[in-house]
Design a protein around this ligand. Sequence first.
Ligand SMILES: *[C@@H]1O[C@H](CO)[C@@H](O)[C@H](O)[C@H]1NC(C)=O
Length: 274
Amino acid sequence: METSAVVVMLCVSFVAVFGNVRKKDLNRGMNELSESDYLQELPPKAKTAEKIHRFFLGGCAASIHPLWYARDKSNTRKKRLVKSRNSYYDVAFLIDASGSIKEKDFYNGIKALNILITKAKISTKYAVITFSEKGDIKSFFMWPPSKIRAVLKTTEYQGFRTNTQDALRKCRQGLFMNSSSGARRGSYKRVLIVTDGRSNIKNELTLYRAAKLKNYHIEIFVLAVGKYIQGIDELAELATSKQWHLFRVETMEGLIEVVKMIPPNRIRTKVVIT
Ligand SMILES: *[C@@H]1O[C@H](CO)[C@@H](O)[C@H](O)[C@H]1NC(C)=O
C-alpha cells in the first residue's frame, strides 16, 4: 500500500472515531439534562448582567451583535464599532402585571427597568405595555428616557390572568406598525418581555403573534423571572434565540441586583430623534 493511502485511511478513521465520541458525549448530555431543565438553570447574576449588557443593550462597543454578525461576515472590529456607535434603538417593554406575580415583585420589576434605562444608550426610545386580562399601551415611544421613567413610576399592578398574545398584538399594531407611535426609521427594534411564565388567555396565539413581530425583524428578548418557571418552553420560543435573547433571574430583587451590575454606557452617540 502507498504511504499516501495509509495517511488518508488514518485520517478517515481518526475523524470517524472522534466524530463518534463527540456525538456520543452530546447524546449523553442530552439524556441527563433535558432542554427545559437546561432552560430552568439559573446562571450567576454577573453572567446575566453581562449578557443583558452585551446583547440587549448592545452597549459594549466591542460586542458582536449576533444578527449583524450573521448578516455580514466581512464585518471588521472597526466597522462594528462605528455601527455600534451610530445605531439607535426603539424598545418596547412588555410587563406582566398578572396575579402570578406578587404586587411587591411587580413594583420591584418596574424599579429594575428604571435602573436598566439608566444603563442604556441615551438615544434609546421606549414604549410601555402592561398585560394581564388584556394588553394596555401605557406609553407610545418617548424620548428622553426620563419621560418613560415617569410613566413607569405610575404603572399599576393588575393581578389577573396573563394575556401575553394581546400585548404582542398591540405591540405590533399599536407601536411598531403605527407610523404615529414615535418609532423611528432605521432603528433597531426590540421588545423586552418581563414575565414569570406561561400565558393563559388564548395562549394558542402567543407564539403566532411573536412570529409576526419577528417577521418584521423585531427582536424579542425575554426576562424570565422565577426559581422554577411554568411554561419555560413557551418563553424560550417567544425569544428570538435561546442563547442571546433569553435571560433568567430567580427573583425581582435579584433582577435589581443584576441590572445594577451592568456598567454605565460610555459610548458617545449622535442622538437621533425624529
Ligand atoms: C398610533 O399611535 C397614536 C399615538 O401617537 C395613537 O393615538 C393611535 O391610537 C395608534 N394607532 C393604533 C392603531 O394603535
